[in-house]
Design a binder for this molecule. Structure first.
Ligand SMILES: [Zn+2]
Length: 257
C-alpha cells in the first residue's frame, strides 16, 4: 500500500544523522562502511528495512516506492575488488535509477542495547542480559528462563522457524547460562566458553565448533544467519520512522542460510 497515508518528508541528512546518533557507528571497527552507502533523493517519506541489500530486496523496495532502504548487510565490504560489474552493477544501477538512498549498519545494528539484533534476540528468547563477551563486547549472556535443554531447543525451533543445528555433548548438563550473538558469530565460541556459558547460540556453525563443543562440554546451537538477524533492522527503522514521521515497512526476503 504505497500511498496508505501521506507523510511530511524529512531531509536525507536528517535521516542519516538520526541513524548515526542512534547507532553510533564511530564506536565500532567494522568490515565495511556504516551509514549512507548510496546517496539518493533528498526528500524521504518512505523507509524500507531489510536484512540484506540484495537485488530482491531492492526490487521489492522499488515496488513499494521507497525513498530510502535501511539494512544490516550493505553493498560494500572490506576485501571486495571494487569493480562495479555483474551483481554489483545490477544492484547499484537499480538504486541509482530510482534515486533510492541505501543506509547500512552492520556491527552497530547488532549491538544497539535495545533495538539491535542481539537485544532483540534476548527479548524473544526471554533471557535477561547479564554480561557481554567477545570482540567489541558484541556477544551477550544471561540466565535461561528454563535450564532444560529440550525446552530451549523447542523454543528456538519455534522462534526461528527451523530445525537448529545443535551440538550437545553433555545431555545431563543443564543450560543455565546462555550466550548468544546473531549472524556468523561462530568465531565467538571460545570467548563464550571463557565467559562460562553452558550454551552458545549464533546463526552459523563451522567445522571447528563441533570439536570445541565436544572437548569443552559446552553446547553449540546454530539457528540461521538470516533467521537470527531479522529483528534488528526493522526495530531500528521503526524507531527512526517514528521519530522523523516517516512511513516504514520491513520486507523479509527469506534465506535458508
Ligand atoms: Zn550478518
Amino acid at each position: 500500500m504505497p500511498n496508505a497515508q501521506p507523510v511530511e518528508p524529512c531531509h536525507r541528512d536528517a535521516l542519516v544523522q538520526a541513524a548515526d546518533a542512534l547507532l553510533q557507528p564511530a564506536r565500532f571497527k567494522d568490515y565495511g562502511p556504516n551509514g549512507l552507502q548510496v546517496e539518493g533523493k533528498t526528500q524521504i517519506r518512505r523507509l524500507i528495512s531489510g536484512v540484506t541489500a540484495s537485488l530482491a530486496l531492492i526490487d521489492a523496495a522499488i515496488e513499494q516506492q521507497a525513498d530510502a532502504i535501511l539494512v544490516h548487510h550493505g553493498l560494500f565490504w572490506r576485501g571486495q575488488d571494487g569493480r562495479v560489474t555483474g551483481w554489483m552493477k545490477q544492484r547499484l544501477s537499480r538504486l541509482l535509477a530510482h534515486d533510492i538512498n541505501l543506509l547500512a549498519y552492520h556491527l552497530p545494528l547488532d549491538a544497539h542495547p535495545e533495538w539491535g539484533n542481539n537485544a532483540q534476540l534476548a527479548r524473544r528468547l526471554g533471557v535477561a542480559v547479564a554480561g557481554c563477551f567477545g570482540d567489541q563486547d558484541l556477544g551477550l549472556w544471561g540466565q535461561a528462563p528454563n535450564p532444560d535443554p529440550q525446552a530451549f531447543i523447542a523454543q528456538a525451533r519455534q522462534l526461528f522457524g527451523r530445525e537448529p543445528v545443535v551440538v550437545h555433548p553433555d545431555p545431563q548438563r543443564p543450560w543455565r547460562r546462555i550466550g548468544w550473538c546473531s549472524g556468523g558469530a561462530q568465531g565467538y565460541f571460545e570467548a563464550a566458553i571463557a565467559a562460562g556459558v553452558d550454551l552458545f547460540l549464533t546463526g552459523e556453525i563451522s567445522e571447528p565448533q563441533a570439536h570445541l563443543a565436544r572437548e569443552t562440554g559446552v553446547a553449540f546451537m546454530a539457528c540461521g544467519h538470516h533467521a537470527t538477524e531479522r529483528w534488528g533492522a526493522p526495530a531500528v527503522a521503526a524507531q527512526l520512522a517514528q521519530g522523523l514521521g516517516l512511513h516504514h515497512q520491513f520486507i523479509d526476503i527469506p534465506n535458508p542460510a
